[in-house]
Design a binder for this molecule. Structure first.
Ligand code: CA
Length: 452
C-alpha cells in the first residue's frame, strides 16, 4: 500500500490560516515511535510479539490472535495536517464535516472545498471559569430537521507551576443546536454529568466519552473508571457511580425507560452495562443493532466487547493480561496478574476479542459501505500504541481475520468514521493524552478510498 503523495495545495494553504488560533509551539521533533512489526503472512496470526502472560488460555479459539488477511491496496489522501489533538468528527447533510479538537475544546467545519473554519462560537456557555476539552460528537438521527448535536466534554487543568488549582469534575454529555447555514451553535447545554465529580488529581485520564446514538435517538455513552492510582479500584463493579460504565439516556439526559437498574436500590438509573476499565470506542452495527465497544485493559488485555443490557464486563475482577508496571508491586519478570488472576467468572462477560500484548484500541466504526466490498462486515478500530487502523472481519460475532492498516504513518490513531460516500476517514493523534506544549502537532485527517 502506498501513501498517496499529492495533497491538495488549497487544503494546506487554507489550513495554515484556519488553524492560526492553534499556533503550534516551537518544539524539537519528538523521536519517531515506530509502529509494532505485524506479521503479514496470509493466514498466520497478525500479532507476532510474545503474549504478556504465556500461561493464559483464551475462552474460545477466535478470542485473540486472529489470522492476517490482506485486502486490496487503497489511496490515502491527507485532508488536514498539523493539528494538535483532533478527537472525532461527524458528516453533515450538506457534505461538510464537523470536526472536534480535544484541546482546547474546539469545533470547526471542514467544507467540501477543503477550507477549515475558525472555531465555532457558542461553547463559552460551557466553559465559564474553567478550561475544558471536547471528546466525541454525534448528530441526532433527525439532525436534518432538528439540527441537534450531542457531544462530550471534560474539564482539564493546564499545567501550571505551583500545582493545579482544586476543581471537581467528570465527563459530561452536552447538546446544542447547530445551524449549518450560519455555522453557529446555540442552545448549548450540559444534559448529563457523570457521577461522581472527582478531585483534580483524577482528571484527565480514562475520560471515556464515546457516544453511540440509537435509531430512537437515545444515547449510549461510555465512561472510564478514572483510576490513576497504583491499585486498581473496584468502582466499575459498583452500581452507585458512572465510572467504568456504559450509560443509556434520553436526548434530554434522563435515564432511558428500558434501563436495567431503574428500580434497584442504590443503583444509578442511567447505567446500561458495567465492569469496564477505559472504554475508548463505542459504535452500533447499523445492520444488526449490535453495540460494539473497545475497552483499554492492562498489558495483553485490551478488549472488544458486545455491550448488552445489564451485563458485567468484569473489570477489575477478571481480565486477560498483566497490570502495567507499578512501583508499589513486587514486579516479576512477567509483571503481575490482575486481581486474583481470574480470566473468567460466572455472571461476567467474556470479551469477543482481546489484543495481546497491548494495542490500546480507540475509536470504532462498523463498515457497511460500498466503496470497499472486501471490508463489509468489518469492525474498524483505531489503535494508539498499536499505531494502526485495525480491520477486524466479523462473522457470527467472532473475529475471523485481522489486518493492520496505515502502519506506515507510525502514529497513534484516535478515531475512524465511515463517510456517507463509503470512504473511511481517520484521525491520527500525535498529541498524547494531556496538553503538552512540547508535543509536535502533526495530527492528520486521512481519507481512504479504493485505488481506481
Ligand atoms: Ca472485560
Amino acid at each position: 500500500m502506498l501513501r498517496q503523495s499529492w495533497i491538495p495545495a488549497l487544503c494546506l494553504a487554507v489550513l495554515s490560516t484556519g488553524l492560526a488560533a492553534q499556533t503550534p509551539p516551537a518544539a524539537s521533533p519528538a523521536p519517531v515511535r515506530r509502529a509494532p512489526i505485524y506479521n503479514t503472512v496470509e493466514g498466520q496470526t497478525l500479532e507476532s510479539r510474545k503474549p504478556a502472560n504465556p500461561n493464559e488460555v483464551p475462552a474460545f479459539r477466535e478470542q485473540t490472535r486472529a489470522p492476517y488477511h490482506r485486502t486490496a491496496p487503497f489511496n490515502v489522501t491527507v485532508l488536514l495536517d498539523n493539528m494538535h489533538v483532533p478527537y472525532s468528527l461527524a458528516f453533515l447533510p450538506d457534505g461538510n464535516i464537523l470536526l472536534v479538537l480535544r484541546l482546547p475544546g474546539e469545533m470547526r467545519i471542514l467544507d467540501k472545498s477543503g477550507t477549515l473554519s475558525a472555531p465555532l462560537k457558542g461553547l463559552s456557555a460551557l466553559t465559564s471559569a474553567k478550561d475544558f476539552g471536547l471528546l466525541d460528537l454525534a448528530l441526532d438521527p433527525n439532525f436534518a430537521s432538528n439540527h441537534r448535536i450531542f457531544f462530550t466534554t471534560f474539564d482539564y487543568l493546564p499545567v501550571t507551576p505551583g500545582g493545579p488549582p482544586e476543581t471537581n469534575s467528570n465527563t459530561n454529555v452536552a447538546s446544542a443546536r447547530f445551524d449549518e447555514a450560519s455555522g453557529t451553535l446555540s442552545d448549548v447545554k450540559v444534559i448529563f454529568h457523570a457521577y461522581p465529580y472527582l478531585p483534580s488529581n483524577r482528571l484527565g485520564g480514562k475520560t471515556g466519552g464515546r457516544i453511540a446514538i440509537a435509531k430512537d435517538g437515545s444515547l449510549f455513552v461510555a465512561f472510564g473508571d478514572r483510576d490513576d492510582d497504583d491499585v486498581p479500584w473496584d468502582v466499575a463493579q459498583k452500581l452507585d457511580n458512572d465510572l467504568g460504565k456504559v450509560i443509556h439516556i434520553t436526548p434530554d439526559g434522563a435515564p432511558a425507560p428500558d434501563n436495567p437498574f431503574l428500580h434497584k436500590p442504590g443503583a444509578r438509573p442511567e447505567i446500561w452495562a458495567y465492569g469496564l476499565r477505559s472504554p475508548e470506542g463505542l459504535t452500533f452495527d447499523s445492520k444488526t443493532g449490535t453495540l460494539w465497544n473497545t475497552d483499554i485493559g492492562p498489558v495483553g488485555g485490551d478488549e472488544i466487547n458486545i455491550i448488552k443490557r445489564g451485563a458485567n464486563y468484569g473489570w477489575p475482577v477478571i481480565n486477560y493480561g498483566i497490570e502495567y508496571t507499578k512501583t508499589t508491586y513486587p514486579i516479576g519478570e512477567n509483571g503481575i496478574r490482575i486481581g486474583n488472576g481470574y480470566t473468567s467468572h460466572d455472571g461476567m462477560e467474556q470479551p469477543v476479542y482481546y489484543w495481546d500484548p497491548s494495542f490500546t484500541p480507540s475509536g470504532l466504526s462498523f463498515y457497511h459501505g460500498d466503496l470497499f466490498p472486501e471490508w463489509k462486515n468489518s469492525l474498524l478500530s483505531g489503535a494508539l500504541s498499536g499505531q494502526a487502523l485495525d480491520r477486524l472481519e466479523i462473522r457470527g460475532n467472532k473475529v475471523v481475520a485481522e489486518e493492520a492498516l496505515l502502519t506506515e504513518f507510525n502514529t497513534r490513531i484516535r478515531d475512524v468514521r465511515v463517510g456517507p460516500d463509503g470512504a473511511v476517514y481517520v484521525l491520527t493523534d500525535s498529541g498524547g493524552g494531556n496538553p503538552n506544549p512540547n508535543t509536535p502537532w502533526t495530527s492528520k485527517l486521512l481519507k481512504l478510498t479504493p485505488k481506481p
